[in-house]
Design a protein around this ligand. Structure first.
Ligand code: RB5
Length: 153
């Protein structure tokens, strides 16, 4: 796999206890690929609450400390629900490379979410690689993406 960082982007990463092993492994992949990785925890043996972990990554992006985010929890579901409560965050729970591609091309997802108990390591690496190298398509999708943050105002 080649996760190469051509744009020198920073990725904020967090997990609860349901995804620590996958988080650690993907952090290594990202660092080997030249990404600036902010590992916001948790670490092996610790317990964490997924809404709080989601907030760490959401705030890192919204405050300009990271361009993208990677979140993991057991299923990926709880942490994606929590992250999407933040205006400006578009967190996509991806189970395969098609999800990853579409989340970037159509939804301009800025946070990738994976399930530590549902997605195997090699599949997760493939998802991450596709998600990082796929650009937002723009065009007709711009107005739709903008609607997301405006809809509850
Ligand atoms: C933690 O046990 C688990 O509930 C959490 O990681 C996640 O799967 C929630 O959606």
């Amino acid at each position: 796999m080649s996760i190469k960082n051509d744009n020198k982007i920073t990725i904020a990463v967090a997990t609860d206890h349901g995804g620590v092993e996958l988080k650690d492994l993907l952090c290594k992949e990202l660092m080997n690929g030249g990404y600036d990785v902010q590992d916001l925890g948790v670490q092996i043996g610790e317990t964490a609450q997924y809404p709080l972990q989601a907030a760490l990554v959401a705030k890192a992006i919204l405050e300009g400390r990271a361009e993208r985010g990677l979140l993991v929890c057991g299923s990926g579901i709880g942490i994606s629900i929590a992250a999407n409560r933040f205006n400006g965050i578009r967190a996509a729970l991806c189970r395969d490379e098609y999800d990853a591609r579409m989340s970037r091309m159509h939804n301009d997802a800025n946070v990738l979410v994976l399930g530590g108990r549902t997605t195997g390591v090699e599949v997760a690496k493939g998802i991450l690689e596709v998600w990082l190298k796929t650009d937002f398509e723009g065009g007709r999708h711009v107005a739709r993406v903008e609607m997301i943050d405006k809809i509850n105002n």
